[in-house]
Ligand binder design. Sequence first.
Ligand SMILES: [Zn+2]
Length: 399
Amino acid sequence: MLAPAIGRPVVPFVPARPRSVAAPALERLGDAAADVGTDALRSYTALPVFLYPSVTGTAAEKALIFSTLDRLPMKDVGAIPAIRVFPSLRLFSHGQGTTLGVTFGSGDMAVSRTDGFGMANSDDLTRYIVMHESGHAHDFQGGILHAFLLRHSSQGPWGHGPFPTEYAESARAEDFAEGHAFYHLRPEELGRVQNDVGARTLDLKDFNAAKWQSMHDSEQPNLLEQVVAQKPFRETGRLVGQLTSNQLGAALHTGLGFMSMISSFELMSMGVSDVIDGVKAQDTLGAVRGGLSLAAGVSLAVGAGSPVLGPVALALLGARRGIDVAEKKASQGGSRTAAAVGGAVGGMVGGVAGPLGGTLAGYAVGGPVGGVIGLVAGSLVGFRGGAALGARAGLALSR
Ligand SMILES: [Zn+2]
């Protein structure tokens, strides 16, 4: 029996929803992780890639492909996110002949599991396919602008005879890819290719000196590419490729390339809308921030791996970060400029030195495994830490 409550309304008991203390903290942690990831992705986009592709296939196929890639310049290797070996590439043949390999605009490669096609050594054919296809990846390399307008194959002697093979006559890009294979394969391997797929010459240099020279020039590494061509970077990048040589790793590696491209477009569109909003609201600082985002996005999109545009993009993003730091500290005028300059210098130095220095330091301590750890750690803190430190230093100096 219930006694009526006196002086207090009787309300059914509703338990209070347990308020989680962890949820907002986790949300903040999630946001912070996303920010750190975005910053690391921008460093990845700005620097020449020295990761080997993630390869799917049998253990023997992976070993053969890795040993083939070992013979290519680091910049060619880094242009390929993933190589997938398929039993057949009939899907891509459109009913015409046999497709041995395909390379997409992203640099991703599909290779047919060959039975040698009558060649004495099917390993030589696979090597030849990888060398040809990596020629396409090399051709598309260097950002969006290069992939569509400034391909190596669209300039110079490509597309004009004499051609190394009949297949090279089919398109300028195919001429370049065949030239790439002939430039990198050993004469004895070319001998077998010549006998079995109809090549007419053993040596590109003797056969078409202009094409040899053009290929030779295109393979010369720029300043940052020379740095990552060193052994510590190659061995670290090779281990990353090996560790990710499975279906999931290949998907992630391919995704990294797309995310890098999308992130550049996002920066551009964010920059454009910030500039418009800033002008509308007569908010000069907002417009400047938008301009920095836009310029950084364009630099990343067109200048991936460029020794100038990549670091410039990091400097622009660092300047924007510097302005944010100054805003948070409610600084005005001169000190805001100082924070922007400090952020630019710090972001550029940290964004370049973090991943590269981290790899070198880690490799010195623990070989390729140490290199991978150093690369990850340096990528996560490099740009972010550099820009923040630079901005603070700028503020402190201007006081
Ligand atoms: Zn081709």
